[in-house]
Design a binder for this molecule. Sequence first.
Ligand code: NDP
Length: 429
Amino acid sequence: MQTSRIPGFYNMTVEERRHLLRSMDILTDEETDYLFSKEALPIETADNMIENVVSTFPLPLGLGLNFFINGKDYCIPMAIEEPSVVASASHIAKIVRDAGGFTTDATDRVMTGQIQVVGCEDFHKAKEAILNEKDGLIEAANNAYPSLMNRGGGAEDLEVRILNEESGSKYGQMLIVHLYTNTSDAMGANIMNTMAESLAPVIEHLTGGKVYLRILSNYPERCLARARCVIPPSLLRVGDFSGEEVRDGVIHAYEFAASDPYRAVTHNKGIMNGIDPVVIATGNDWRAVEAGAHAHAARDGMYTSMTVWSKDEHGNLVGELELPMSVGTVGGSIRVHPIAKMAHNMLNVESAQELAQVIVAVGLAQNLGALKALATDGIQKGHMALHSRSVAIAAGATGEMIDMISERLIEEKEIRVGKAKELVEEYKK
Ligand code: NDP
């Protein structure tokens, strides 16, 4: 079985890392050759993906290591420009691994499609008319996308809501049909939209109203993934801080985010620091995942922390994260982008459900990485050390100069481009 414990990976050159991944069978011969010889995204491919293409926009692709989830090892491709994210995820994954690893689960991959109906004479009668035809409508939706049922998916439920019923409501009354479809291993946006559009004429006929929007909701509340970790305080010790102090600091930090939207938004941004890079690397739609995640964080009426941190009866730190996770292993650009295809192979997941669980585990790790740093030394120490390399490059440093200038910036505690420029000039003399 593939391992994700690769000590010293951080200190290797890019070439050495590629060769090592090949020797570990994480990359195939063909993929290794591709990485050495080809552009990550050929311009012809890019030109077929979107409109008005003039170039591509590469991001660094790193590997999140040490992830042990439900007894399986994962090397996790992460595409991100921000320093310290991959290091922090891997650091926490190592701690959680030593505590037994992450446990995750997920619901079936049921996406929500919405159909908006306005202008009904009697909205309650219209609702009843739709519900009386529920089975027929589900069948019609499946007939619009027959291949999905052969893949174990398909439309499976339907609900109807009436919006703006109260007299004096600012907005017009409308009927919203929710169609729930298991989109199997696809993210499902196009599948849902096709199904929703196919139902529009019959819904107009049943309700006497007019259908306007027919589109998937990016809040797929029936497509959830959850991750959990339980960590003994002995694994949390940092410098002069005892494990118990770190644990309590993490819980206090969580309680701050749970009770204050101003903090929650930053806390959750940190979680998405882990989630988005995996979503991007696997060719998935990160805007959709972002939108759904933040909606879930506000589901009870107040925007709050996506994670929950607590202490169990043995004094262990317990972390939990539940998010809607509309990702796929097929569809969209996933099989078009060569690096996204490679990322799926490296990850070695067998289904979209498994991918969703890996992603929430990374989000949970990333959150603990941030909270642990915030509750102890503060985030800047580690972050700025890594940031100093980008600052050196931005100031014009190249080759061996990057490390030298980055080290001077840290030593002199002045991690600024202006200072780095002075050092570059000094070095050139
Ligand atoms: P596709 O339209 O590519 O559909 C997935 C296809 O994969 C299906 O047509 C199915 O075709 C095929 N397939 C092969 N194997 C499987 C399997 N095991 N399970 C399911 N399908 C399988 O992609 P999606 O419907 O997932 O749509 C995702 C795209 O839509 C993303 O690019 C997204 O950015 C975009 N989008 C997003 C919107 C939003 O978020 N609001 C709105 C509109 C688009 P077959 O069964 O016939 O082989």
